[in-house]
Ligand binder design. Sequence first.
Ligand code: SAM
Ligand code: SF4
Length: 331
Amino acid sequence: MITRTPHPKALATGLEIGLPRVITYLRISVTDRCNLRCGYCMPEDQSFLARRDLLTFEEIVNVARVLVEKGVTKIRLTGGEPLVRRDLPMLVGMLKALPESPQVVMTTNATLLKLHAKSLHDAGLDRLNISLDTLRPATFEKLSRRQGLEESLAGVEAALEAGFAKTKINTVVMGGVNDDEIPSLLAYAADRQIEQRFIEFMPLASNQYGLQAQRVPLEEIRRRVESVGELDAVSGGSGPAKMFQLRSTGQRLGIISAISQPFCDSCNRVRLTATGVLRSCLFEGGEVPLRDAMRGHNPEPVIGNALEFVRRVKPDVHSGFGHVQMNQVGG
Ligand code: SAM
Ligand code: SF4
């Protein structure tokens, strides 16, 4: 058994002394495909997996069922862009129908939400995180190598109209690209009573580690937000976001800094890639390819053993460099 000396914070967050972690959160990449080509996520000439290489909905649900039985309470659908996978609301319904009825949430670029927000809500999707890095069409095109800001903004409105509560907007802050938009993004989110979160750029194989120069560290993001008004650190918020409140307006916001201040000591998540690899970490760490092992076998013991393995080898601190494609592993 792998043992570790727990960080004091870990003791308060569910890790047991000398025992593997408690895993309560599963992130699933349902497809590596996307209708955008964000520079921090994938190369322009990205080629995609063949359909037969992806897990089917039934296989995804089989993995989720075992993990939910073993303690997972929250499932995030991500990708690639989850909404380019056909019939995604059906998968949401299948996951919500699991006996323990886990929370099912989704991260999306929102460009297709206008078409799907209502059916996702009807299928039982609990919440949405919307990725929105800019409010300027030219910056959107530069960042994502596609047009689509109008559709993305329409998607935000569609989410609100469909009745989704506690929607969040996630913005990757990049120096010289969108760091000057922090005040306008805060105002946009405040107008819609949406929680705004600013995310530190992560160097990954999918961006050739080359955009690192654009990384704006946590303290710098905080200084930029403070140009809007005085900030108070507040408690609450889910996951790794450090939460703040603008003193003047009471607007709450989060900053997520996986690189400046890794949150590995309290990480409770595992990831299922589009091809069915169960991973312990976004960056480096143990992984188990499940797809072929599951096909033609009784999958339950295979999946249960895989979970046991990845939670035991989960790194104490990530390497800071992911040799992965973000769109395959799921951001
Ligand atoms: N297509 C969906 C979307 O964009 O929301 C879901 C998948 S995307 C990979 C999930 C999240 O990962 C997005 O919020 C995106 O901004 C973030 N992301 C991708 N590459 C990143 C990087 N290098 N550093 C920080 N965040 C990144
Ligand atoms: Fe697509 Fe999301 Fe990656 Fe952008 S970050 S290319 S929207 S998967």
